[in-house]
Design a protein around this ligand. Structure first.
Ligand code: NDP
Ligand code: 8X3
Length: 252
């Protein structure tokens, strides 16, 4: 059955891969992110490669008024959202707590926690009213374990872990499934963003480790979304074979 899938942060990495995965199966897409040119090129690609219609709009999930207005203005039939993938997120900086930059902390808290909440607050009532839906939060191994200098990023992903559990409890009576994916190292633009555009430092994070790809996470998302209606995958931890936990990895 064709479903409508709303993906935040679809302009890069995991979000873009999830969009392509669902498009390949013929689903209808609603995609957003801040970079408009990326949204235009992804929409064109989805139409060309998969003949799939996508409704795209620029959105900064940190801006609550923008979130409310953009979601209220999603046209039919895209507004009938079956699956919400709360993917938009980032790490900004990697520093011991006593040296952390306040702007980095605010960026992570505002995006990873508040942005996820703002979007969920608008979409969940739509799902409640139709008594069906599935919310899939992209958490992290950083939401399970804290690693040195990961302090605030790890705290935001621990918040996503707690919110996933809270959402599942509150939405249980409304036949809405809530799942989380908790990946280890995935090679995307993530480290480039974390290190504020230092591409060499970002590349070194993955060099020789055979990390997960965005497509691995898209496959996991697709699996979670396609289990039978009586099944809910609560949380899927997924790591590269070379990584045992947040701070223990070996070269491939
Ligand atoms: P990328 O940097 O490649 O992609 C991040 C996406 O989030 C982009 O599309 C970006 O779009 C979007 N985004 C960031 N800030 C905002 C904002 N304020 N408003 C709207 N969209 C925003 O990283 P990943 O694909 O790796 O990250 C996706 C998710 O996966 C994040 O939540 C991350 O924490 C999580 N994750 C990543 C792992 C990794 O190792 N890569 C491992 C575990 C979890 P734009 O800049 O256009 O707004
Ligand atoms: C991203 C994975 O280990 O860099 O959430 O925090 S990690």
């Amino acid at each position: 059955m064709k479903k409508t899938v709303f993906i935040t942060g679809a302009t890069a990495g995991i979000g873009a891969a999830i969009a392509k995965k669902f498009a390949a199966a013929g689903h209808r897409l609603v995609i957003c992110g801040r970079r408009e040119e990326r949204l235009s090129s992804l929409t064109a690609k989805l139409a060309l490669d998969y003949s799939v219609e996508a409704f795209a709009f620029p959105l900064d999930v940190r801006n609550v008024e923008q979130v409310k207005e953009a979601i209220a203005n999603i046209p039919s039939p895209f507004a009938d959202i079956d699956i919400l993938v709360n993917n938009a997120g980032l790490a900004s900086g990697l520093s011991p707590i006593q040296e952390g930059e306040l702007l980095d902390w605010e960026r992570m808290i505002d995006t990873n926690i508040k942005g996820l909440l703002y979007v969920t607050r608008e979409i969940a009532p739509l799902m409640v009213s139709k008594k069906s839906g599935h919310i899939i939060n992209i958490g992290s191994i950083a939401g399970k374990e804290v690693y040195p200098q990961g302090n605030v990023y790890c705290a935001t992903k621990h918040a996503v872990d707690a919110l996933t559990k809270g959402m599942r409890l509150d939405l249980l009576p409304h036949n809405i499934r809530v799942s989380q994916i908790s990946p280890g190292m995935v090679e995307t633009e993530f480290s480039n963003v974390r290190f504020h555009g230092d591409t060499e430092r970002a590349a070194a994070v993955y060099e020789g480790y055979n990390p997960l790809t965005a497509e691995d996470i898209a496959d996991a998302t697709f699996y979670i979304a396609n289990v039978p209606p009586h099944v809910c995958i609560n949380d899927l931890w997924i790591m590269p074979t070379t990584q045992a936990n947040s701070y223990t990895k070996v070269k491939a």
